[in-house]
Design a protein around this ligand. Sequence first.
Ligand code: CU
Length: 335
Amino acid sequence: MKFQATSLFASALMAGSAAAHSWLACVDTNVTNYDECIANPNLDPVRTCNGFPRNKIYDYDWIKESSFYAWNLNNASNTEGLACRPGSQDSATYPSEYPMTTAVPGQTLRMRHWGNGHSRWDIGSPNHRDPGLVRVYWAGQKETELKYKSDLTEANWLPGAQANFSADAVTLITGNTMNEKANYFDLTLPKDIEAGRHSMVWVWAWDSGFGALNEKTGYDGRWANSWSTCFDIEIVDSDFVGPTYDNSDDSSYVDEDEDAEAAACSTATGYLGGMSDKPCTGTACPPCWYKSQTDGSISCYDYTSSGSCPWGGAFDCSKKQATRRALKHERAPFA
Ligand SMILES: [Cu+2]
């Protein structure tokens, strides 16, 4: 792990506000001299922002953004447990001078967030405190919000979108002080993502969680989400159809052949609710099919009352498509 840093300006303010916080400043940052800055932090990053988080009306007004833009998920006033700050980030509002991000499938976006004095273990505010993680959540389909902080779980995590808070930072260390010139997080979008607006949630996970590290996916539940910023990406130039997310280049995902799976739906033998004494065949089976990774048998379940398969990793034989997030540990392709 690599730790980095804050400006004296921010440190002084932090001491006054006594609240560790951060937020996403830019979704799509173009830093023309990034490599040079990493090699020599005396240089200042030369950058432009091509896409912003929601409602970024106080851009670079650090005080106002601290007060009216950053969102503490665990603040006592967040009684509804909202994922996005109400009034500024709960809708996809973009002032004309701070537009939404536009991207193509598979594109990597350099996101910039504020270090605010928390980037480094040996100098950071507070001192001797691991700066934690940044990560991104996504509902897996367009025009779909993650409304509550309880939605910000591995099931809605964009696989791989997790990094140390200061891993890609440009930080100038002078004696016992640091100037966090910029903290970055490179986000790679899925290759299979439908055209349209996709809402996402950036978080800084700084508090202690009660979960574990998922060694298969890398999702680190030992860190609990603390601060969030909501943003949207308008996906263009995509031929991909439907909400299914099958990023076969991602090691977290199974490489699926949906056509073959759909064909198997009409002929394969499954078991109602996984009961070995209740076999069914093809379309006589309930629509949500799950394949056991231990013996390869197929368990078939009905939709829940909300009309979706009961948990992640199903192949929906009625809609002829994989449900989103077919993590390896949840499901193997059955065709
Ligand atoms: Cu802070």
